[in-house]
Write a protein that binds this ligand. Structure first.
Ligand code: ADP
Ligand code: MG
Length: 210
């Protein structure tokens, strides 16, 4: 991975998160405690503040510091889980630079696996994993099959969207929404939506030359 791409992604994701304030806030208010947007906004702001420091570092150290920063700033259930993604990407980047799509896909799949372990959750529990798992699977399959990059980005965006939408009809078995039982049905999970927004934004950025 490249440090300049990661820095651009931080800016783009920050903008996308800020633009989704009303929606993310209301999703977490409906079946959570309403703080998901604030948590993400705080995380994005902390990462933006680090830009100068990060710009001088190789990608593995950038990802590691981002993970540590998110762990200490986001809080909530989502903080440690999102931090886990970056720390796992960092570990992979350190042992083998993810400089091709199959390698980036493998690092992302390992990160999603680490989130599953950390959150003790899997597919169909109405969490961010309902977005992340289908994206990891699609990314690995298509990149290993040698599909063109643009087709992969489109498929990733579709998988994220479909996964996010799937949470609407689910009962939550993890996170705060699990306390609501059937009352959570009919509401999209806030973390699934924010993950989908973030993935959509990064895939869009990846289409453009740096
Ligand atoms: P909190 O739930 O502490 O208020 P946030 O509102 O920031 O934290 O994040 C809530 C999101 O975290 C949920 O919408 C869900 O997607 C995700 N989440 C919660 N628990 C888990 C878990 N065990 N595994 C995966 N994701 C989870
Ligand atoms: Mg919350």
């Amino acid at each position: 991975m490249r440090t300049d791409f990661i820095l651009k992604a931080i800016e783009a994701v920050n903008q996308a998160v800020l633009a989704s304030e009303a929606e993310l806030e209301s999703l977490d208010r409906e079946i959570g405690d309403g703080d998901h947007f604030i948590n993400l906004k705080r995380g994005c702001a902390a990462l933006l503040d680090m830009r100068e420091e990060l710009a001088a570092l190789p990608a593995d150290q950038v990802l590691q510091r981002m993970g540590m920063k998110l762990l200490s700033t986001i809080g909530g259930a989502s903080g440690p889980l999102l931090a886990t993604i970056f720390m796992t990407l960092a570990k992979h980047e350190k042992t083998e630079t993810a400089d091709t799509l199959p390698k980036i896909a493998a690092a992302f799949a390992a990160s999603v696996e680490a989130v599953k372990q950390r959150g003790k959750a899997g597919l169909g529990e109405k969490t961010m994993l309902d977005t992340l798992i289908p994206v990891a699977d699609t990314f690995s399959q298509l990149s290993n099959a040698g599909e063109p990059a643009d087709a992969i980005y489109t498929a990733i965006q579709q998988a994220a969207e479909q996964g996010m939408r799937s949470t609407r009809d689910l009962i939550a078995t993890k996170g705060r929404a699990a306390f609501l039982g059937e009352r959570a049905i009919g509401h999209i999970d806030a973390g699934a939506r924010s993950s989908q927004i973030i993935i959509h934004t990064i895939a869009e950025l990846a289409r453009k030359p740096l």
